[in-house]
Design a protein. Structure first.
Length: 143
């Protein structure tokens, strides 16, 4: 039979460890969110807008939307489709994630991935990284 006093000590130790880990995670998310906010304003939104301008010059009408905390590039005629970039606090490490939604007939496809594989977070991402990702992700609408 298990000693109740020993079990209680183990439970208390587990609770303390979980609380420390949660506090560490909250601090990590806070720092990552701050880096993401700077990245969004200074690099991501300008990259999305630049691509929209170039696509319009090629006769492809796209619009940039900037709801709170994210940026979206949507085709003019299919508003339910597009490319969006938002902060994912649940990822390890927390980082900007890209979601691409496009349709083929009646079937909708959703793809989610980091902006650049192997990049630890928003602070390390450049405007060129965003543009490379956008050019890769916009291809379903170009063909």
């Amino acid at each position: 039979m298990t000693d109740v006093a020993q079990l209680r000590k183990r439970v208390q130790k587990t609770i303390e460890q979980a609380r420390r880990e949660a506090a560490d995670h909250r601090a990590l998310v806070h720092d990552a969110q701050r880096a993401y906010d700077e990245f969004l304003e200074q690099r991501a939104i300008p990259a999305f807008r630049s691509l929209a301008i170039v696509l319009k010059s090629e006769g492809l009408w796209w619009e940039v939307m900037t709801p709170s905390g994210e940026v979206r590039l949507v085709p003019d005629r299919r508003r339910e489709e597009g490319i969006s970039l938002a902060f994912d606090a649940t990822a390890t490490p927390p980082q900007p994630m890209v979601t691409v939604t496009y349709g083929r007939g009646s079937r909708m496809t959703h793809v989610e991935r980091p902006v650049k594989l192997g990049t630890p977070g928003a602070a390390a991402l450049t405007e060129d990284d965003v543009l490379d990702m956008l050019l890769d992700m916009v291809t379903p609408w170009l063909g």
